[in-house]
Design a protein. Sequence first.
Length: 216
Amino acid sequence: MRKKLPYGKNRKRWIDFLSDEEFKRLSKTDQDNLLRFQRLSSLRESKEIQIEKLKEDLKKLKEEVKELDEKEENNYLKVQFLHNTFNCRIYISQQRRKPSSLKLNSSGGNTKSYIRKTYKGEKLKERISYNGSINSKNLEKPKGVYFQSEEKLKKSISQLTGLNTKEINFKTIKKFIQHHYRDYVIYLMRKLGSENFSNSSILFEDFIKWYKKENR
């Protein structure tokens, strides 16, 4: 059956319209070729129209995805702490304090002072303690934390890991805290929520109990 060629904007090749009389005068081969051309042309154009429609749908979908992406990001930041790989960093610093004992004697308006170098017969030593901060997008500001004195911290890590205290240096302490203490922070943020976590105090002794429970 002979078809009229469509006249859409995607028409690529043109054949002048033939009347029935003109078509009948064509050879059988020419008739078959013309009908085949009409069929293929109509099919090609229908695909072109389908592509244009898909392009419009794709453009609309991209706009919807962009809008949803912004909404997703806004809500993700509120519950980001529920994911193990959220952006949480633990910073560690050493604090050195030289011990001093000040004795005041008021006599005639004069004040005398001296620095005590021993206590109960033992020489006073420089005291090193470890402090840090927890940084996360879920927190409005970094949360300060206190770990332990260097001596206690080495003993704690030795008890938890089996390492000899003599093998534990600042690098070892830093690696241990940044890995395991970070896991503990994530656990607390999941349990308390970021807002309650911000207002709560974190005791290193509680971390030790948690670590023992998780690694028993």
